[in-house]
Design a protein around this ligand. Structure first.
Ligand code: B12
Length: 149
């Protein structure tokens, strides 16, 4: 659970994807858990996530992608963050990330290699996402943040 100043998390569904239900459930669960949520909704271009994160001094960005174009839409996302000075922002992606059936470890590796800190397999429960966030924020509190530039 976040301390006195709630951590800010940007959520949204990337690219031309209109699948909003899971992202909305996630956003509501984050709010209920005490986070400040900046919900960008569906059809959100990658640069809009980064812009919102800069404007709100966010601690994490949670990207949803359901329609199968996640690999294409998310390519370069970490680099956009770095260019905006958000080197150390926590980045998660989840949904139905790519088209077709592939072993999850292969899919996960693609997104981790793009610079995401966590990739969620299809149907990931919100309770697990909350656990990940608690663990990752606690780890960042123990380790000094990397500086931009
Ligand atoms: C409802 C639905 C639609 C609705 C969406 C309505 C809306 N506005 O939301 C409509 C009919 C519009 C639709 C359209 C399409 N759809 Co559709 N749709 C679905 C369906 C049946 C359910 C999605 C849903 O709401 N799930 C319920 C929510 C609660 O679950 P969720 O989104 O997965 O989210 C959970 C987790 O994944 C996780 N999570 C979500 N985001 C994130 C992010 C992070 C960071 C983390 C950690 C976790 C996380 O948390 C949530 C809570 O547990 C799925 C099949 C399925 N059963 O999943 C197909 C599905 C997603 N659709 C699919 C497809 C292909 C399409 C279309 C391309 C079809 C077409 N040819 O037109 C279009 C795309 C339109 C577009 N531009 O987006 C495919 C995607 C295939 C793929 N990825 O390989 C699926 C999987 C169906 C299938 N089996 O083929 N769809």
């Amino acid at each position: 659970m976040p301390a006195t100043t709630p951590r800010t998390i940007v959520t949204g569904v990337i690219g031309s994807d209109t699948h909003i239900v899971g992202n909305r459930i996630l956003s509501m669960a984050l709010e209920k858990a005490g986070y400040k949520v900046v919900a960008l909704g569906a059809l959100t271009p990658a640069p809009e996530f980064v812009k919102a994160a800069v404007e709100t001094n966010a601690d994490a960005i949670l990207v949803s992608s359901l329609y199968g174009q996640g690999e294409l839409d998310c390519r370069g996302f970490r680099e956009l963050c770095i260019e905006a000075g958000l080197d150390a922002i926590l980045l998660y992606v989840g949904g139905n990330l790519i088209v077709g059936k592939h072993p999850w470890d292969v899919v996960e590796r693609i997104f981790l290699d793009m610079g995401f800190d966590r990739a969620a397999a299809p149907g990931m429960r919100v309770e697990t996402v909350l656990e990940w966030l608690a663990q990752d924020f606690a780890a960042r509190e123990r380790a000094p943040r990397r500086q931009a530039g």
